[in-house]
Write a protein that binds this ligand. Sequence first.
Ligand SMILES: [Zn+2]
Length: 226
Amino acid sequence: MRLLIISFTSILLIFSCISRESRNHNPGWQYNAPDYSDSQKELIHAGKSKEPMRIWLITNKQDSILLRTKSKDINLTKEQKTTKLLSERLLATVQDPENAGVGIAAPQVGILKNMIAVQRFDKKGEPFEIYVNPVIKQYSKKTQFCLEGCLSIPKKMDTTKNRAYAILLEYDRMDGSHEIEMVEAFTAVIFQHEIDHLNGILFTDHLDLEIEEAEERLRKAKGKND
Ligand SMILES: [Zn+2]
């Protein structure tokens, strides 16, 4: 995700019990995760840890097919060197002055694995952190407006209006520890944006949804007046 601009939020938060799990998340699931393919390993090991990777773009046909594909979980007990290098190169890519962002997901560098890097604006020093196999377990009913951009979608910024104000997030850290935490405000939008990437979803899809919903409302209103 490229940049924050505005998020309209208030202090009061009503956390709903609506669950919109994107996939099953059971204890022990990661042990069934597939290994890296040879081409994934080749791509990750083609550079050193501080070396940014190429950002895959929606404007390139081959890239766009991958960006629309769901990613797979990472088995943190296997191929640890490759996972570590991927995390380091993902951080180098999102902090590359050429293309700086506030978050990035592994598919954006051509790796269909469930790993994201997010800048934690809600933490002191606003550090970038790596999250493995992240899943959003709950979304607040309260939503926020946010101007979003994406490293994979050149020259496009627009306001999404349907991002949850808060999310309950479950993930693994690189050391294998499993965490559950609630994240709010703009940082919650970054997580929603990046986890969408792991499911082949782009922020522009939310804009299309809004357009469809508006058209549907208009159709219904017209129907009432007829
Ligand atoms: Zn993005």
